[in-house]
Design a protein around this ligand. Structure first.
Ligand code: PLP
Length: 373
């Protein structure tokens, strides 16, 4: 079965005459349980929920090339999923190694919550994560490729080989790509983490995340993090995500094609000093990306002269909604330096291509660039 068919089938439940094709979310705190709780699959809504089960099954299939599916736990947000991985793997005295350009909030979580408990952070350039010296003595290698916002590419399989030789675990934040775009578990990662608030859901209307693994012991530890910390996904969000997965293949095909068209167009414009998109042959990580990704994804970044030029561009564009985050069906962009989290130029724009017609987007960009004096 081809990918698009497999994904759509995975979101369906077994047909029951007279019942809807897509049964609604199950809202429950306690479930009816008499006697031995072990005899019932669902007891309390912080531990399990049938809507999660359906969603986790579908994502588990998405995370692998072929069955058996990976085990998945959905969480209240991408950050709750990230926190569960850190909580499940890191103890006092452990070292976690990170690439320098990783998503800022995951770094802040480590610095503000885990370092005070005795966890140590080692930061290296992403390209060095494949070096034995970078991973020696480390408990966890935290990977993010393409990274947000600079879209650096790291070779997942090579990092996993180096890390495993050193006895370290590898977790990959797969948010910018999604498990349809690239499959960290198939490339050797122990844990695949994703903020499903972005391209996985695509509607820009839910905050949710997940962790996937094939390791039973890691799964148990991640599951305990969810049940004990309580960072659980709401049934409505889980249901919305399950419903959205059926269109993931369509959305990612269109948004990746639009992102490439925009990246090529911007590369030829004199107002733009640098375009970062792994689908461009000029991107430093293009060959690795082409080998490990099946879609280059919706996110690209480019740099205009300065803050004023970037703001003028964003204000002049009519089809680019100014917003943070990425992966929605509508094209969005922001001047990333306005947050102050990353070491990037004041004119750096991160753009998330949506699913509109490419010609309209190119024309809008042309007009917006012309507004820059
Ligand atoms: N990881 C990456 C790479 C992200 O970009 C984000 C959010 O922007 C997250 C994790 C956190 O996800 P959430 O906002 O769903 O908590």
């Amino acid at each position: 079965m081809k990918e698009a068919t497999r994904i759509i089938r995975s979101t369906l439940t077994d047909p029951v005459p007279g019942q809807p094709l897509h049964p609604g979310p199950v809202f429950a705190a306690p479930f009816h349980v008499a006697g031995d709780p072990g005899a019932t699959r669902y007891t309390y809504g912080r531990s399990h929920n049938p809507t999660w089960t359906a969603l986790e099954r579908a994502i588990g299939l998405l995370e692998v090339d072929r069955e058996p599916a990976a085990d998945v736990r959905c969480f209240a947000s991408g950050m709750a999923a990230v926190a569960a991985v850190f909580g499940a793997t890191l103890r006092a005295g452990d070292t976690v190694v990170l690439a320098a350009g990783m998503y800022f909030a995951a770094r802040q979580l480590l610095e503000e919550v885990f370092v005070p408990t005795g966890v140590r952070i080692r930061t290296v350039p992403a390209a060095e994560l494949t070096q034995p010296a970078a991973v020696a003595g480390v408990r966890l290698v935290w990977l993010e490729t393409p990274s947000n916002p600079e879209l650096e590419i790291t070779q997942i399989a090579a990092v996993c080989r180096a890390a495993h030789q050193a006895g370290a675990l590898v977790a990959c934040d797969n948010t910018t790509s999604t498990p349809l775009g690239q499959r960290p578990l198939e490339l050797g990662a122990d844990l695949s983490v994703c903020s499903d608030s972005k391209a996985m859901s695509g509607g820009s209307d839910v905050v949710i995340g997940h962790v996937a693994t094939r390791d039973a012991e890691l799964l148990t530890r991640v599951d305990r993090q969810r049940t004990l910390v309580g960072g659980i996904a709401g049934p409505m969000e889980a249901w919305l995500l399950l419903r959205s997965l059926a269109t993931l293949s369509l959305r990612l095909t269109q948004s990746s094609a639009n992102a490439l068209a925009l990246a090529r167009f911007l590369s030829e414009r004199e107002e733009v000093s640098r375009v970062l998109y792994p689908g461009l042959k000029t991107h430093a990580g293009h060959e690795v990306a082409a080998a490990q990704m099946r879609y280059f994804g919706p996110v690209l970044s480019f740099t205009l002269r300065d803050q004023t030029a970037a703001e003028t561009f964003l204000n002049a564009a009519e089809l680019i909604t100014q917003a943070t985050s990425f992966g929605g069906v509508a094209t969005t962009a922001e001047r990333r330096a306005r947050w102050g989290h990353d070491e990037i130029a004041p004119g750096f724009i991160r753009l998330s291509a949506g699913c509109e017609d490419a010609e309209d987007l190119l024309e809008d960009c042309r007009r917006a660039l012309e507004a820059i004096a």
